[in-house]
Design a protein around this ligand. Structure first.
Ligand code: ATP
Length: 380
């Protein structure tokens, strides 16, 4: 992997936009030296505030003076680089963890040159499938647990595991599923965790909500939430307000509603209950999840899942995508547009209360001094 001094334009031809996140834009790139054969994903993390390229290797490179916002974004950016470098050293190549090829830096920010995943997001693929069974869901859990197992062995905690951070490598039916987006991840006992939540708290563990120690078991909780949704089409913790939802999560208060869950095997439900155990010590490790008879495929049903579950998953996925796109668009635009878009979004009934709160926190972080006035209008 390069040391971050290469210029993007020298090495890659940058083409279409593949996706946008809260702090990044991801574009397709073609490696010039490959004669057009090697395609990559280029994740550009834009630094807010004055920029100086950082040297390669770990460590913080805070260069923007006296600007709280710049410091925050610098921490986020440095964190993702640090974790990706640790992955390259201690995890890659792994079929279920995204691979970082290179890093380029310039005045636009840091460009992470990543393995290109062209197979789509986890839920998109599932809802597009003609056949979907417990065995199919078990194969997904197996792949995520394999990826987590290797990350956890390297002492990396993902901390933001959710379906949109799981992408298929290609369109092939047997394509591997890759865990990605290590922006909020941490290396156990080493990095300060970057505090930040973007989007819904649906996948966040009780210990993360109560600001207790985060361990690899926090990722296992998120896997439990993903599995619950995979088998029902809706999340385990649903409430009218963020506070209510936080309480439900912290108490591990969820149930298997008879109407939906009667057709799901008891082994799957037993697994979900163990993953969604409030005490992290009682949750299985990723290695133990891999040994579970439902995950190995021995007890997962092969029959086609209820059509209702699939159609619920479809609408859950559509709503989630709409909200994510709206939020990413607010955060990625220029100051004036951002404020305008934010106001429109706040008026939208599609935004969940906790997403609104998180958006407010993020908006505060990325505000420049000139925006403070607008922020107070927004806060009214
Ligand atoms: P978030 O706001 O969710 O933290 P982010 O800024 O960290 O997002 P990512 O989630 O890493 O950004 O990427 C944003 C989008 O770009 C993803 O949802 C995905 O659609 C696309 N993307 C990211 N990495 C790749 C890749 N390696 N191959 C193809 N598409 C990718």
């Amino acid at each position: 992997m390069g040391q971050g001094t290469k210029r993007l334009d020298d090495e890659y031809e940058v083409t279409d936009v593949l996706g946008r996140g809260g702090f990044s834009v991801v574009r397709r790139g073609i490696r010039k030296s490959s004669g057009g054969k090697i395609q990559v994903a280029i994740k550009t993390l834009r630094r807010i505030g004055p920029w100086q390229p950082s040297p390669g290797g770990r460590g913080r490179s805070v260069t923007a003076p006296n600007s709280r916002q710049a410091l925050v974004s610098d921490a986020l950016l440095t964190n993702e680089l640090l974790v990706m470098r640790k992955i390259v050293e201690d995890v890659s190549p792994h079929p279920n963890v995204i691979h970082l090829y290179d890093v380029c830096e310039d005045s636009n920010g840091v460009h992470l040159i990543l393995e290109l995943c062209s197979g789509g997001e986890l839920f998109d693929r599932i809802v597009a499938q003609e056949r979907y069974s417990e065995a199919g869901a078990a194969a997904v859990v197996r792949q995520i647990a394999e990826g987590l197992n290797s990350l956890h062995k390297a002492k990396i905690i993902h901390r933001d595991l959710k379906p949109e951070n799981c992408l298929f490598l290609d369109k092939d039916e047997n394509s591997p599923l890759k865990i990605m987006d290590f922006g909020l991840s941490s290396v156990e006992d080493f990095t300060d965790s970057v505090v930040g939540l973007f989007g819904s708290i649906d996948y966040v563990s009780p210990e993360a909500l109560s600001q207790d120690k985060i361990t690899p078991k926090s990722d296992i909780w998120s896997l439990g939430v993903i599995l619950y949704i995979l088998l029902s089409g809706y999340p385990p913790f649903i409430a009218q307000s963020t506070r209510q939802k936080q309480q439900m999560i912290m108490q591990g208060y969820f149930s298997f509603h008879e109407k939906t869950w009667k057709s799901i095997s008891s082994s799957a439900k037993q697994l979900i209950s163990s993953l969604l155990t409030v005490d992290p010590q009682l949750r299985p490790t990723a290695a133990q999840v891999l040994q579970h008879p439902w995950v190995t495929g021995d007890l997962a049903k092969e029959e086609q899942m209820d059509a209702e579950i699939v159609s619920r998953l479809q609408s859950f996925n559509a709503r989630r995508k709409f909200r994510a796109a709206a939020m990413a668009s607010v955060l990625s635009t220029s100051f004036s547009l951002r404020t305008k878009k934010l106001k429109n979004l706040v008026g939208s009934y599609d935004l969940k209360p906790e997403e609104l709160e998180n958006l407010r926190i993020h908006f505060k972080r990325i505000c420049t001094n000139g925006e403070n006035a607008t922020l107070s209008q927004f806060e009214e």
